[in-house]
Ligand binder design. Structure first.
Ligand SMILES: [Zn+2]
Length: 247
């Protein structure tokens, strides 16, 4: 974490100068893309950077966060440790993944996605394969891209949010977990959490179908599958519910 900050500041060290010359050149640490040919250490820097950008919501927010660590009496490394230990996040994950209304296979895929443990193509750099996203063919396939930076998956997620009348941004899976971290056990709060698990599952299922069967996916049929699963789960738990009211 401290090295990321030093790279940002262009600190006076031979290694930082070498990084700027070899990896960054005309770009900067916040925007440089991950290259599969880069060294493992550099890849770990970029993955840490992506996590910060994902958590904070952008370059300026990350810089502001790191700057605040410099301005405290606490050592930078202590602040970084506190941050990386992520005391609060596992609670929200548990709340989301362990929602008893979620189907077990949906919870399992959501759990893997939150841990970034799905076998996305960026994690298969040791295999000589095309790493581009199967939906848009425009970016490298990664967890951040699939959930929900990709044009295809973000369209599906936007349709779901619109259908559920969710107004919050929730443009990443982590921000969605926080946005849907609702207290209470009403059918509405439960189904909002269930919805995220369904969407993540359907995206991963459709991604695998495209990879292994090379099928042509449209957003609309997947969205209808989401609605079917949503109604099925809701009706299973609320059998006397006459008409769906997602809000
Ligand atoms: Zn894509």
């Amino acid at each position: 974490m401290k090295q990321l900050w030093n790279i940002h500041l262009k600190a006076d060290s031979i290694w930082i100068k070498w990084v700027h010359h070899f990896y960054l050149q005309d770009t900067n640490i916040w925007t440089v893309p991950l290259q599969q040919t880069s060294s493992p250490i550099w890849k770990s820097f970029i993955k840490l950077r992506d996590r910060l950008l994902d958590d904070c919501g952008g370059q300026l927010a990350v810089i502001s966060l790191l700057q605040s660590w410099v301005n405290t009496t606490k050592p930078f490394s202590a602040n970084a440790y506190e941050y990386l230990r992520t005391k609060g996040i596992p609670i929200s994950w548990v709340n989301m993944v362990c929602e008893s209304w979620c189907l077990p296979r949906h919870s399992f895929i959501l759990w893997l996605a939150l841990l970034k443990r799905l076998r996305t193509r960026d994690r298969l750099y040791f295999v000589d394969i095309d790493v581009s996203c199967v939906f848009c063919q425009d970016h490298e396939e990664s967890h951040n891209h699939l959930f929900f930076a990709c044009s295809w998956t973000s369209l599906l997620w936007m349709k779901v949010k619109s259908w559920l009348r969710l107004s919050k941004g929730m443009t990443t899976i982590n921000s969605a977990v926080w946005g849907l971290y609702l207290k209470g056990k009403t059918a509405v709060t439960r189904m909002k959490k269930v919805s995220l698990s369904i969407v993540v599952y359907l995206i991963w299922e459709e991604r695998n179908r495209k990879v292994f069967k090379n099928s042509c996916s449209l957003v609309e049929p997947i969205f209808r599958r989401f609605q079917v699963l949503f109604h099925m789960i809701l009706r299973f738990h609320q059998r006397d519910l006459p008409i769906l009211n997602a809000n």
